[in-house]
Design a protein. Structure first.
Ligand code: MIC
Ligand code: SF4
Length: 649
């Protein structure tokens, strides 16, 4: 029996556990990446592990999220991160060098290796044939300290691509098609593996757009083969030696195969407020547009920006549209500048922002009240743009530029009727490369002093799991609650290193009084309990969506289903993640109900179901949990840091 690409790479990295679908395995991590918004907490936790130096082949600390720097907080974080990188042997990518995923793909991604990143879009590097997984900062800290990463041995779904994309249709439309098929829920514990004759028609950055947004389906990761196209890309990056061929065996067995004929795809858009609300662009035709944003880690490559530059060349941005561009990296910006694209975009009226996450995370370029914004990024959750009632659509660069020109949502194929030709962009044979924005660590960082500004606190710890939880349902939420709902980013993100302050914003967009209520309840000796619907904790990997609730005294989450990264973060911070055994029981709980969960330690150890008493309604209901023995130990100890401290005593 042959092997899939995923199996081939995992086989070489599994250090504990059996390759049995649905079972937990421990894998060795070759590379890690962090970004500044999750990184500070990850390194504070790493410091608490008392390790002299990172034990990975490569660890990179990127500054790309909080680069707006209003107030001292972000700059303090950056200095802290720079000093930690020097001390512990980590490469530091300075603010301005670009978005972690784009830069990592360009300069460090290696086929056949494993990458763990404290950002949910780490699977971007699956486009170069890596097993690249997003995780909470604490899991990345453990990997940097040489520990394994624990994952569920995945189901592998084969997405077989045939044909070739037609003009005006691009990689974003492929992943939007995948989102239409698989939606944003129900894909936990799965890997998407792309194969087929269509693969060779896609460049590495196009493949990376597809693997990047697999995160929106909630899969563990997505991966492409490493082939001649990969080799060409690495060669153009001056890294041909990093290439190895990886392809599935002819007789590889997949759990399921779906076919996508690239020829048959047409321009698609994700409509407000979920990446899974996919419609044909032609159905949205004519909607007036206020803003178009090109960039983010999804569509900010040389090819994306040059395509738009060549289409808009000689034209001007429509008078009602604000056209914002955030290039993915300094390398992209320098290359489009050398090849004339920058000038074409600038003279058309584009507003260039930093090579950073910027608009995508809502810390700048918020649209006007009720504004329609077309973005090439990957998430359009309500409020994420910084404007609660903004209508954000996710589209390809081609659909984006069509709106820039016409001022309306326009099927880009219609541009031909207006005399536009679809440009064929040649990928550079050799990129202009300047690595001067990376600061390499000294050989021996022992004497480096860590910079700690006043914004940098201690990583908080949880308390051991009690035998009994007497709690109040502080909030009951519906389906598809994202980590952006739980703890917003945007302007609030500057408090990432200050948990007491950041905690004031838990559930801000649903119930701004949540934190006051939660503190009051905890003050009475009771715990807070969150009740959620399907796919609770979608989206970002931010472990603050567990740390801040923990800080406010949340001890259990009961939901219809939980997303992978968030569930792991809950465990890491000692919060019990439970699922309703019968989904209908969700309906017999109301906000403010008092619940009692008894015999927790005893039943967890035995692996038996937990029956919860709703004291307010005088009813009971059963819950279940997917927890390995390792996760149970973490929960009982009150989180990973407590467990590690206990072990090292
Ligand atoms: C996101 O796209 O939501 C983020 C901001 O990159 C997050 C990480 C974070 O919250 O810092 C992610 O995707 O994990
Ligand atoms: Fe940055 Fe947006 Fe990508 Fe997250 S999704 S890493 S905020 S560009």
């Amino acid at each position: 029996m042959g092997f899939t690409i995923t199996e081939k790479i995992l086989k070489k990295h599994i250090i504990d556990g059996k390759s049995e679908k649905g079972k937990e395995v421990a894998i060795q991590i070759d590379q890690t990446l962090t970004q500044d918004a999750t990184g500070t907490m990850a390194y504070l936790q790493f410091e608490a592990m008392n390790v002299q130096k990172v034990r990975t082949e490569l660890s990179v600390s990127y500054i790309d999220h909080n680069t707006v720097q209003i107030g001292f907080e972000n700059a303090d974080d950056h200095k802290y991160l720079q000093s930690v990188a020097a001390k512990y042997g980590i490469v530091y990518s300075r603010a301005g060098n670009g978005i972690c995923h784009q830069v990592h793909l360009e300069r460090f991604g290696r086929p056949g290796k494993t990458l763990l990143g404290s950002d949910s879009h780490t699977p971007t590097d699956g486009g170069i044939g890596m097993i690249a997984i997003g995780a909470g900062g604490l899991d990345v800290a453990v990997a940097m300290a040489g520990g394994p990463f624990y994952m569920i041995y995945p189901k592998i779904i084969n997405i077989n691509l045939t044909g070739k994309l037609k003009p005006w249709v691009s990689a974003k439309d492929v992943i939007l098609k995948v989102l239409e098929i698989f939606t944003t829920k129900g894909n936990v514990g799965t890997v998407f593996e792309y194969t087929g004759t269509g693969v060779k028609t896609l460049t590495v950055p196009e493949r990376a757009t597809i693997t990047n947004m697999g995160a929106e389906c909630g899969v563990t990761t997505s991966i492409f083969p490493s082939d001649d196209v990969t080799k060409e890309f690495l060669k153009a990056q001056g890294r041909e030696k990093d290439w190895v061929e990886i392809k599935p065996d002819e007789d590889a067995i997949y759990d399921k195969t779906i076919q996508i004929n690239l020829n048959e795809l047409e321009p698609l858009a994700a409509t407000p407020h979920s990446p899974g609300n996919v419609k044909k662009v032609k159905e949205l035709h004519g909607t007036e547009v206020d803003q178009v944003c090109l960039g983010s880690c999804t569509n900010s490559s040389y090819r994306d920006l040059m395509t738009v530059a060549k289409i808009i060349k000689g034209k001007k941005v429509h008078k009602n549209v604000s056209f914002v561009i955030a290039p993915g990296s300094k390398q992209v910006l320098e290359n489009i500048t050398k090849d004339g694209g920058f000038e074409e975009l600038l003279s058309a009226g584009a507003r260039f922002t930093e090579n950073a996450c910027g608009f995508c995370i809502g810390n700048s370029q918020s649209p006007k009240t009720g504004g329609v914004s077309l973005r090439t990024s990957n998430r359009n959750f309500e409020g994420r743009s910084g404007t609660k009632d903004a209508q954000v659509y996710l589209v390809s660069p081609e659909t984006a530029v069509a709106a820039v020109i016409t001022g309306k949502i326009t099927d880009p194929r219609d541009l031909e009727k207006l005399g536009f030709k679809y440009p064929q962009i040649k990928m550079p044979k050799k990129y202009y490369i300047d690595d001067s924005m990376f600061i390499l660590p000294p050989k021996d960082g022992k004497n480096v002093k860590i910079n700690r500004g006043p914004n940098i606190g201690e990583p908080p710890r949880s308390t051991p799991m009690p035998q009994e939880i007497q709690g109040i349902v502080t909030i009951k939420v519906g389906d598809k609650i994202t980590t952006d709902h739980i703890i917003p980013a945007g302007a609030r993100m500057k408090y990432r290193s200050n948990i007491p302050k950041y905690s004031e914003f838990v559930f801000e967009i649903i119930d701004p009084k949540f934190h006051e209520k939660a503190k009051k309840i905890r003050g009475t000796g009771k715990y807070n309990i969150i009740v959620g619907g399907v796919s609770y904790g979608q989206g970002s990997s931010r472990e603050h969506a567990a740390i801040c609730p923990m800080y406010l005294g949340v001890k259990a989450v009961i939901a219809k289903s939980l997303e992978r990264i968030h569930k792991a973060n809950l465990v890491n911070f000692g919060i019990l993640p439970l699922k309703f055994k019968n989904e209908e029981d969700y309906d017999i709980i109301d906000q403010n109900d008092e619940l009692e969960i008894s015999n927790i330690i005893t039943l967890l150890k035995k692996g038996e179901k937990l029956t919860i008493k709703n004291k307010t309604k005088n009813k009971t209901f059963d819950t279940e949990y997917d927890l390995s023995d390792r996760e149970k130990k973490i929960l009982l100890a009150g989180g990973t840091l407590n467990l590690m401290r206990g072990k090292s005593k």
